[in-house]
Design a protein around this ligand. Sequence first.
Ligand SMILES: Nc1ccn([C@@H]2O[C@H](COP(=O)(O)OP(=O)(O)OP(=O)(O)O)[C@@H](O)[C@H]2O)c(=O)n1
Ligand SMILES: C[C@](O)(CO)[C@H](O)COP(=O)(O)O
Length: 383
Amino acid sequence: MTQAHRIVAIIVAAGTGVRAGGSVPKQYARIAGRPMVAYSYDAFSTHPAIAETIVIIGEGQQALAAESLGSSVRTVIGGTTRRESVANGLAAITDATHVLVHDAARPFLSAEVIDSLVLALKTRDAAIPVLPVTDTLARGTVLLGDIVPRADLNRVQTPQAFSVEALRAAHAVWLGDEEATDDAQMVRRLGVGVALVQGSAMLEKVTHPEDFAAAEARVAYETRTAMGFDVHRLETGEELWLGGVLVPHDKGLSGHSDADVALHALTDALLGTIAAGDIGTHFPPSDPQWKGADSAQFLQHAAKLIADKRGRIDFVDLTIMCEAPKIGPHRAAMTARIAELLGLTLDRVSVKATTTERLGFTGRGEGIAAQAVATVRVPGAPA
Ligand SMILES: Nc1ccn([C@@H]2O[C@H](COP(=O)(O)OP(=O)(O)OP(=O)(O)O)[C@@H](O)[C@H]2O)c(=O)n1
Ligand SMILES: C[C@](O)(CO)[C@H](O)COP(=O)(O)O
């Protein structure tokens, strides 16, 4: 590799994903809530050796690509075969010395694999990541035929790294008599030595419908637990909203909003799981627009912030502390309302209550306290 090198990444994402099925081409299908193509796009975009990342997309998929990758993504329209899509990408490169060609269908690309390829390009015109074959290989369709020695066989992955000159030459002379399944075999046919570097099990290609579950399982989730606590004063002449339910009682809770102390504690617990401040940060009591507000919207706002981080609420547990009213008769309604607001099944919502044995402000009926614990999973880097 010369001193003045510039490496560009091309992600081929113009396939139709026939084998994977689904309502959108597989590269736009979501893995852990995120479009598949976004994973490798991020890997290249954040790697210091990659100057630019170009995504090859299907005709009419500009909106899908922008929605998945942001509007500043550089796209080029692909062809009817993978080879044509790569060729279109190559034609769009003006000032690169080297290129890494990668399948959008291999989402979990590590910086280590990119590093190995970039290093190999210092001495070679081409390099690819490979894995050894670990199954016995045999010929045959109905009956077992000959065993194929596997010791020197490789499973070839992407990204595949090339000097732009070598890859351009390979594409220029390709006769089109047969389809090339990858670019490495094309440059090799010209006599270019292709270096083999260590591939990765994480780079497995998503090809069939069942591969999505395997990809999903490769995403590492971080479990977060946080708690919330709140108190409101009981006063005559107020409605008593608790756990999203209007509870008949001779007093109600007072506050700037509807004062649903249970939903407030839950909201704070959820916000805590993503370190997003507390309910007052998002809905300041000084803001008149929240006067008398339905606390359901506070809870749903916290749930949306978690969803925006592609997090999943696993479980919420709520304890209401008061002498009266009795919570038992309303527990099922509260559980159902909270489950509805958070989009959870009933078995992921726990509503409990306790008295404080007539002790303290709750014991004297001056107010109601609530405490909540939420458990959430937030996706991190691939495992
Ligand atoms: N005309 C094509 C065909 C494929 N690809 C890309 O090449 C990669 C590897 O191809 P494959 O896994 O075979 O994807 P599809 O061609 O979409 O799948 P299928 O063969 O099941 O239709 C994918 O990222 C795919 O989007 C491409 O850019 N242009
Ligand atoms: C490029 C490739 O991913 C290397 O293994 C593979 O050849 C693509 O094959 P497909 O038949 O287009 O999925």
